[in-house]
Ligand binder design. Structure first.
Ligand SMILES: [Zn+2]
Length: 313
């Protein structure tokens, strides 16, 4: 009697798991993205087959974000977790541990050539886990600011979705290919915009060093009083050095960032008489009704702000 119940249970488990395997992702794939830019890539690649939850929302600062219990619940129930890596998400390991998630954590900077940050103003970044190698350099995590890198992120998103939902793989690959074509067009727009600025004016100031990959890819120099993380305040000496450079006419424009307090930039602007050129979106997208609701809109916004401030539109 007992034996036959066990046999029946075993049969039903086998039946259920066979059923489960064939229709596991008839419901949308549950995707957790660490921040808004990755969430945008995930929606473009996943379309209707995915349901994306974003941990650090619009205008949020991922460097210093403190996860909530709701984030742990989302992580615990996720099929796929997409992160930037390169120590961008300081909270990540704590959240993985707290949620005990079984999902594969896909690091989207896999395949990107990381650049080292050599502080020009700020002291060496001491971000948690940063590659400080003697305390003077760190790995710059903002790889998404190069559109060539964004294409690598997109390919990695498609690979992560394909690995979890094989039936949707053709659709993910097709979506990734068509979105990559849009990124090609965007890249050409950015190059054209930067080339329209005279070379001696291609220097701007922002709050923190979020634009190293943009600088390397497109040839516009960014100076910033804070390092590659927003964790530490810049020293008075760093700010004074920047003020003196601006006074020597070495920067053409100065910008606030959507994720950081504008106070420091406003202070530099008032001490130098240089006008604040607008807002650049560095580490997060805007609210849906803002000017940088998608990655492509963010890049268009940033180059328009930069061109406008330098050339005076
Ligand atoms: Zn940053």
């Amino acid at each position: 009697m007992l034996k036959s119940i066990r046999a029946a249970l075993a049969m039903s488990v086998i039946t259920l798991s066979a059923f489960g395997a064939s229709s596991a992702f008839a419901a949308p794939l549950k995707v957790v993205a660490s921040f808004t830019i990755i969430a945008d890539f995930a929606k473009n690649v996943g379309g209707d087959r995915v349901n994306v939850t974003t941990i650090v929302g619009p205008d949020g600062d991922t460097h210093v974000y403190e996860p909530s219990p709701a984030d742990a619940v989302a992580m615990a129930g996720a099929d796929v977790v997409l992160v930037n890596g390169l120590h961008f998400e300081g909270f990540l390991q704590r959240l993985i541990d707290a949620s005990a998630t079984k999902a594969t954590i896909s690091v989207l900077t896999k395949g990107v050539t990381p650049i080292s940050f050599k502080p020009e103003f700020a002291e060496a970044d001491t971000a948690e886990g940063a590659d400080t190698g003697g305390g003077k350099t760190a790995t710059d995590p903002h790889a998404f600011q190069s559109i060539a890198n964004a294409k690598i992120y997109v390919k990695n998103v498609a690979d992560a979705f394909c690995a979890t939902d094989k039936e949707g793989c053709d659709s993910y690959k097709a979506n990734a290919a068509s979105y990559t074509q849009k990124l090609d067009a965007l890249e050409s727009d950015v190059q054209t915009a930067i080339q329209s600025i005279p070379e001696n004016k291609r220097v701007v100031i922002t709050s923190h060093d979020a634009f190293g990959y943009f600088e390397q890819a497109y040839g516009l120099t960014f100076l910033a009083p804070e390092g590659v993380s927003t964790e530490s305040e810049p020293s008075a000496a760093d700010v004074a050095k920047l003020v003196s450079q601006v006074k020597q006419d070495k920067a053409a424009a100065i910008f606030i960032e959507n994720i950081t307090n504008p106070r420091l930039i406003e202070q530099i602007a008032s001490e130098t008489g240089i006008k604040v050129g607008g807002t650049l979106y560095s580490d997060a997208l805007s609210q849906p009704d803002g000017p940088a609701a998608t990655y492509i809109d963010m890049m268009h916004n940033n180059i328009a702000q930069i061109k406008g401030a330098i050339l005076g539109s």
